[in-house]
Design a binder for this molecule. Structure first.
Ligand SMILES: C[S@@+](CC[C@H](N)C(=O)[O-])C[C@H]1O[C@@H](n2cnc3c(N)ncnc32)[C@H](O)[C@@H]1O
Length: 239
């Protein structure tokens, strides 16, 4: 087992694969007058933690849930088996052409890079459609070494909230709301992760040990730096 395989084995047993919760989803979608039959893309859905919340906002609509990691998609599909409003597919969001009324992208747009992600979203959205996405952010112009280290070498790509807004506007979006994802949304990810780390620890192989240690380091690192860094939850309409 490689450390990457161990990382996925840890993640596949979690209720979600990144920070987020129902209250944050509701807050992000509040500025939108989403039609009851909205066509929604859950881009980078993980095991599908947000699908039920999305359907609550569009009870006669459809959620296409995609992720590049096929085992996540299988879990998402199984959780909604028999619900004709949900399609789960192992696919890159870049291969999803839409048109969608809403692209929901919790903790996954940055895999494409913000500009490339927004350009793809603009193409995949229906006229007047919107994207709601959570994006790594610094909440200060001068982040401490602890806040920078949290991003493990990726810190050069992390922007402040005003810079993320500027990027959205440059890509042809009007920002309707933008708020730091609250602590509860992060704990909704880290608390189950810590419980699973404890369960997997006894007798863990070296690669799994390393993945478990990295997971605990990540949670501790976020708690130490959370005043300065986290995710900005952005809702923006294509203009
Ligand atoms: C931080 S996780 C968030 C998962 C889920 N949205 C959640 O909040 O629980 C990011 C997810 O994006 C997926 N991903 C990365 N690049 C992707 C792409 N190009 N298309 C679709 N999914 C992608 C990863 O496999 C991973 O499951």
């Amino acid at each position: 087992m490689t450390e990457m395989e161990a990382f996925f084995a840890l993640q596949e047993g979690l209720p979600r694969q990144g920070p987020g919760d129902r209250a944050s989803l509701d807050a992000a979608l509040a500025p939108l007058d989403l039609p009851r039959n909205a066509q929604i893309l859950d881009a980078g859905c993980g095991v599908g933690a947000d699908i039920a919340g999305l359907l609550a906002h569009a009870p006669e609509g459809h959620v296409t849930a995609v992720d590049t990691h096929a085992p996540f998609v299988d879990l998402a599909g199984n959780a909604h088996a028999g619900d004709g409003r949900v399609t789960a597919a192992a696919r890159s969001m870049l291969d999803c052409a839409g048109p969608y009324d809403l692209i929901w992208c919790s903790g996954a747009l940055y895999f494409l890079g913000l500009e490339a992600g927004l350009a793809w979203a603009a193409r995949a959205l229906a006229p007047g459609g919107a994207i709601a996405f959570s994006e790594p952010a610094f909440f200060t112009e001068a982040p401490s070494p602890e806040a920078r280290e949290f991003w493990e070498g990726e810190e050069a790509a992390i922007r402040t909230a005003p810079a993320i807004r500027t990027a959205c506007e440059a890509a042809g979006f009007a920002v309707l709301s933008a708020f730091p994802l609250p602590d509860a949304a992060w704990e909704a990810y880290y608390a189950p992760m810590e419980a699973r780390v404890a369960a997997l620890r006894p007798g863990a192989a070296p690669a799994m040990e390393a993945a478990l240690d990295a997971a605990l380091r990540e949670a501790a690192g976020w708690r130490a730096a959370k005043a300065e860094t986290g995710y900005l939850m952005v809702t923006a309409r294509k203009v």
